[in-house]
Design a protein around this ligand. Sequence first.
Ligand code: SF4
Length: 381
Amino acid sequence: MPSVFINTFGCQANKSDSERILGDYLSRGYVEVDNWRLADEIVINTCSVRQSAEDRVTGFLLNVDKFFAGSQRPKIILTGCMLHFNEKEIRTLLPQIDEILPIGEVGFNQKAIRKEKDKAFIPISSGCNSFCTFCIVPFSRGRERSRPIDDIVREVAELSKEGYTEITLLGQNVNSWGLEKVGVALRKMFMDKDTFNPDIIPSNQSQYFKPQDTPPFVTLLREISKIDGIQKISFFTSNPWDFWDELVDEISANPKIDRFIHLPVQSGSNRILKLMNRGYTQESYLDLINQIKAKIPDAVFGTDIIVGFPGETDKDFQDTLNLVKEVGFKVAFVARYSPRPGTVSAKLFPDDIPARIKKERWEILDQIANKDNLKSRPIVP
Ligand code: SF4
């Protein structure tokens, strides 16, 4: 039987995709091996969030080259976020690649092969239309696509029958599930130096398209909650602009929904938030947090923050520190800004914060947001 080894880099969404990629391989008669030296095919599921993540892929391929020097090496297939490069760029950058696999070709409904037997990750949407200026996802994963509700509910019901009790719904912008938006025109505008103006960034955030009725994501949560056997429902990543009042009320009223709420803020400075095209302000973010705290007293918060975004001043950083202290996050994933080729910020804003300052700010923030909270750190999905 042919064998496959899947090397997964990056976030939970990639790990979930790899579960379905493995399912696809097994359905075609392959067996999984846990050592790439023994595989007939190697799938590399890549991450592009930082340059270091892409460097790890390059390093892995050099190891493969070295090991198989002079002999027949496995077929190598590339998927994941590095597909934001076009095929020609990939073949120049990574000449070892034999085949490129867009993740959409695997599909949401391919049976996932999960290693855990009680907790399952379930993709409910893919791609993003929000175009935060630092982020490669809208280019690597394309426009937001929501998986049909019947397919999601059917998969959760099957998992429940298999004994799974905890599920985590996954999406780049999970709480905008069901609100398909069109971002193509904005993408063009964002990528064009002549039309980009940070003072008039046309936000594609769906707070401007607030649904009249119950938000679809709330409906989805209610449907999944009805499934016997499912005891805990988490979701990841929520974005502040789609965290509707109705969602807060639903979490408050529904004991099956996890009280850990991950809400990436990225910066506490309104000036930087605007340059990031985040579609909210420090004040509106804090209003949301306070609303959640009032309605869900046992809520705990996590966040993502970037330090050293182009032009970030000491005052901007202080605004972030103030926000972090005010919210009292239990965990914060703090990243030092690194320009990703193809994004708006990489094209338009010089990466002008010295590495030394980025490191200093990272250490200060990590201390305040994480280390000071170690004793009461929650379980992060
Ligand atoms: S919401 Fe922003 S940061 Fe999140 S995936 Fe979309 S573009 Fe990237």
